[in-house]
Design a protein around this ligand. Structure first.
Ligand code: PMP
Length: 383
């Protein structure tokens, strides 16, 4: 008798990983407590996501006064949410399961899209993982031009599917040559970490050329000039992801949404966790969406700071996000460490596929924070 074992092409990254999985599955480890064998095989090689250094721990470790620590690594909004948000939080009804209709209505007014075409999640990260669960299974492939946001690859791998990373010229807004047979394509505009945007012509060409589902991430759209959501009503394979974490300064409330064709929105609602956004977060989201003037004032200040920083440090690439990207002279790991010792946390981009060992991403913070960063950066990098 012969037994054939079929391994989907690309499911295991290296022979070593495959061997360790086989060993874990079949060798008697003589340890009844080793329940790890029950884990899904592809979880063994999942890369860990990097939350970055903890500012309080760094302050204690290096004797830096806590108030001197500056976090410019998470693309957060330093101005905080609309003053209407704390008020709404006080009035949130906490004893009942949540009702997301007021949030959906507020999103519909803000985006100009129908309520039926909007789906919500606890942050866009939950939207990304839920969409992947709709379309990807072991053996499938997802196309990801890099460098870009790491969660697309992670969510793909969580489904047992394989990310196809295609290096893209940094600062070039074109994505080309989507391979045949991929089930999903991930695009990000403005792109994290590099800040460039895709043109409508480019995205339209991709939508027409591929039969995959295209996820377009517009997390930073309020800092840029033009959204492409208008394409959703004309393309049945496009989902546009958005978040209230950035321009609306609600990263801690975990509020994401997406605009999707009705057939995808219907399937999404069947699969997504029903009450994953808390009543407090929903109330905060509605209040923030009712105060667009506050949001626009914050984005205006951040954009002005971004352009001021770009003028002073010319190696920053043009960016349409609330962050800036540059190539370093020394290894970015070393530059980030030198800044860390001075109390400034930035993103060392070597954790991004396709960035190499010499790139940093810096969030646009408060003017005084940006000033300190720029002074220290000039000392921390260079021959
Ligand atoms: N997309 C991009 C490009 C991001 O940078 C981030 C967060 N840094 C997200 C999505 C996730 O946002 P959320 O906080 O809504 O989960």
């Amino acid at each position: 008798m012969s037994i054939a074992i079929v391994i989907p092409q690309g499911l295991f990254k290296t022979t070593g990983e495959l061997l360790s999985i086989i060993i874990l599955q079949f060798v008697d480890v003589n340890d009844p407590a080793d329940y790890r064998r029950n884990l899904l095989p592809y979880l063994f090689y999942l890369e860990e996501d990097e939350a970055g250094p903890d500012p309080l721990q760094i302050a204690r470790q290096f004797g830096i006064p806590e108030e001197r620590m500056i976090v410019l690594s998470r693309n957060e909004n330093p101005y905080g949410p609309s003053p209407r948000v704390p008020e709404a939080l006080r009035n949130a009804q906490l004893n009942r399961y949540t009702d997301s209709r007021p949030f959906l209505e507020a999103l519909s007014r803000y985006t100009g899209c129908s309520r039926e075409s909007i789906v919500t999640g606890a942050g866009m990260d939950e939207i990304i993982t839920t969409i992947c669960r709709l379309f990807l299974m072991p053996g499938d492939r997802a196309f990801i031009p890099v460098p870009t946001y790491n969660v697309y690859g992670l969510a793909t791998e969580l489904c047992g599917a394989m990310p196809i990373y295609q290096p893209k010229a940094i600062g070039n807004d074109m994505v080309q040559d989507v391979p045949k047979g991929v089930k999903m394509v991930f695009l990000c505009s403005p792109n994290n970490p590099t800040g460039e945007v895709l043109t409508i012509e480019n995205v339209r060409a991709i939508l027409e050329e591929t039969d995959a589902i295209v996820f377009l991430d517009e997390a930073y759209i309020e800092f840029s000039e033009k959204s492409l959501i208008e394409l959703v009503s004309r393309h049945d394979n496009l989902v546009v992801g958005r978040t209230l974490s950035k321009a609306f300064a609600l990263a801690g409330m975990r509020l994401g949404y997406a605009l999707a064709p009705s057939w995808i929105a219907e399937q999404y609602r069947r699969v997504a966790p029903m009450f994953s956004i808390s009543s407090a977060s929903l109330a905060a989201g509605v209040a923030a969406l009712q105060d667009l003037a506050w949001m626009r004032e914050c984005t205006g200040k951040i954009i002005a700071e971004r352009e001021r920083m770009k003028k002073r440090i010319s190696s920053f690439l043009p960016s349409q996000g609330n962050f800036l990207y540059l190539k370093t002279h020394d290894r970015s790991k070393d530059v980030a460490r030198r800044l860390l010792l001075r109390g400034i946390i930035v993103r060392d981009c070597s954790i991004f596929h396709g960035c190499g060992e010499h790139a940093l991403r810096v969030t646009v913070g408060l003017p005084e924070e940006n000033e300190r960063f720029m002074d220290e950066f000039e000392r921390a990098d260079g021959p």
